[in-house]
Design a protein around this ligand. Structure first.
Ligand code: AMP
Ligand code: ZN
Length: 139
C-alpha cells in the first residue's frame, strides 16, 4: 500500500533496523524504544490489523513471536517481556498496518507501565457474556 509506512519498510524505500526477515514476516526495532529492544513484528502483506487478518497470515506472523522474543531477552538481558497489539484508534493503534509490539522488561521503572483495574467478579454477567461470545465464534 502506497502511503503505508510499514509497507515502505517492507519494500526498502525507508530504512529500519531489521532483526528478522523471511518471505512473510519482518521484525524491526521500533523507533520509539519504549523499553530497550522494543520490537515490531509485522506481516509483509498489508493488512490493517488483527481484526482483518486471515488465519494463514496470523499463523505466519504469530509463529515467529516465541523465537524472536527469546532472542530479544537474551540480547538485552531483560527479565521478562510484554506482547502488545493495538487494534483501531480507541486501542491506541496509530499505524494501520498490523504489528505486534515486543517489549523487553527490566524493572518497574523501565518505561512501560501497564495497570489492569481490578474489581469484584460478577459470575452471572461473565457467564452471560461468554455465551454471547461463543455464539459469535460458532456463527
Ligand atoms: P501503534 O501505536 O500500536 O500503532 O504503534 C506504532 C508504532 O510504530 C509506534 O510505537 C512507533 O514508534 C512505531 N513506528 C512508527 N514509524 C516507525 C518507523 N519508521 N520505524 C520503526 N517504528 C516506527
Ligand atoms: Zn502496509
Amino acid at each position: 500500500m502506497e502511503n503505508c509506512i510499514f509497507c515502505q519498510i517492507v519494500n526498502g524505500s525507508i530504512p529500519a533496523s531489521k532483526i528478522y526477515e523471511d518471505e512473510h514476516v519482518l521484525a524491526f526495532l521500533d523507533i520509539t524504544q519504549v523499553t530497550k529492544g522494543h520490537t515490531l513484528v509485522i506481516p509483509k502483506k498489508h493488512v490493517r490489523n488483527v481484526l482483518e487478518m486471515d488465519s494463514q497470515t496470523a499463523q505466519e506472523l504469530f509463529s515467529h513471536i516465541p523465537e524472536i522474543s527469546r532472542a530479544l531477552l537474551k540480547a538485552t538481558q531483560a527479565n521478562g517481556l510484554n506482547i502488545i497489539n493495538n487494534n483501531e484508534e480507541i486501542a491506541g493503534q496509530t499505524v494501520f498496518h498490523a504489528h505486534i509490539h515486543l517489549l523487553p522488561r527490566f524493572d518497574e521503572k523501565d518505561g512501560l507501565d501497564i495497570q489492569f483495574t481490578t474489581n469484584q467478579p460478577d459470575f452471572d454477567a461473565l457467564n452471560t457474556l461468554s455465551e454471547t461470545i461463543k455464539k459469535e465464534i460458532l456463527s
